[in-house]
Design a protein around this ligand. Structure first.
Ligand SMILES: [Mg+2]
Length: 279
């Protein structure tokens, strides 16, 4: 198993070096073979050069957008890049590049994936989870958005829909791209909506999702937040409207492809099991 760490990076020249070091420490401590994929989203600072420099020290691939395209397109491109390289049973962890997501959660997430879950979310709302340094307004907005999503798109055992720090079995993302194509992350221009949208698409696919407690260290944030709350809020509303009912042929095509996927059985090791009984 190889681990791919996807880092969407927009003006993260300061946060990238300490984060790369922590990822490397965690991987070495647990004997994990890994590769970091930095997607530099048209940064106006030295993110690209810093990533290249760090590449001499750590296994880092750099993908660059010439222009700033936003988080949705950055994640899509990162996933597509990794999915070309990864074996279906590899693991992809996507985390923020602002040094507020500690890599120490990665081994626990890998454990959960090896138990048979295909998506593991780090959750501020799981017992033992939390957030430090987030102002009351953002906390309240986030809580409200997550409760709303839980109500409309309930997933057993999951309360955190909007935290992007997650681990995925590569096959889950590879299959999602095969099923939804460019519409896997449909609302690319709507702030950080794509993070929630992926969970809704995975729920639709019947993917096994769980969460682990996580403490968001927003107090360690280097630089300013790039989240645009108003666009993201609008995005959530669009997301609900678009995903309650699927109009026309598109929903039917998706359902057919999802049925095909459900007919395949993946073992807890992420390998495809032949339904006839063989491996
Ligand atoms: Mg962040």
């Amino acid at each position: 198993m190889k681990l791919y760490v996807l880092l969407p990076a927009y003006n993260e020249e300061q946060a990238l070096p300490p984060l790369a070091q922590k990822i490397d420490d965690t991987a070495k401590e647990h004997g994990i073979d890994y590769c970091i994929v930095v997607v530099n989203d048209g940064s106006s600072d030295d993110t690209a050069r810093v990533a290249e420099e760090l590449g001499k020290q750590y296994p880092i691939d750099l993908v660059s957008h010439k222009y700033n395209r936003g988080l949705g397109e950055t994640i899509r491109d990162g996933f597509e890049y990794i999915c070309e390289l990864a074996a279906p049973d590899d693991i992809i962890v996507r985390m923020d590049c602002d040094d507020t997501h500690h890599p120490k959660y990665i081994p626990t997430m890998i454990e959960k994936i090896n138990q048979g879950y295909e998506v593991v979310i780090t959750s501020r709302y799981a017992p033992g989870g939390g957030q430090i340094g987030v102002n009351w307004y953002r906390r309240a907005m986030s809580r409200a958005a997550n409760s709303l999503m839980k109500m409309i798109f309930p997933i057993p055992g999951v309360w955190e829909y909007s935290c992007g720090y997650r681990a995925y079995r590569a096959s889950a993302i590879q299959d999602a791209i095969a099923i939804f194509g460019n519409r896997f992350i449909d609302l690319k221009g709507m702030g950080f909506t794509g993070t929630v949208e992926k969970i809704i698409k995975f729920k639709m696919m019947g993917v096994r999702i769980t969460e682990i407690p996580f403490v968001l260290r927003y107090d360690q944030k280097i630089g300013v937040s790039k989240v645009v709350s108003s666009i993201t809020t609008l995005g959530y509303l669009a997301l609900i409207l678009k995903n309650i009912v699927y109009w026309g042929d598109i929903g039917k095509t998706w359902q057919e492809k999802i049925a095909e996927r459900k007919a395949r059985v993946y073992g807890p090791d992420g390998k495809l099991i032949d339904k006839q009984g063989g491996a």
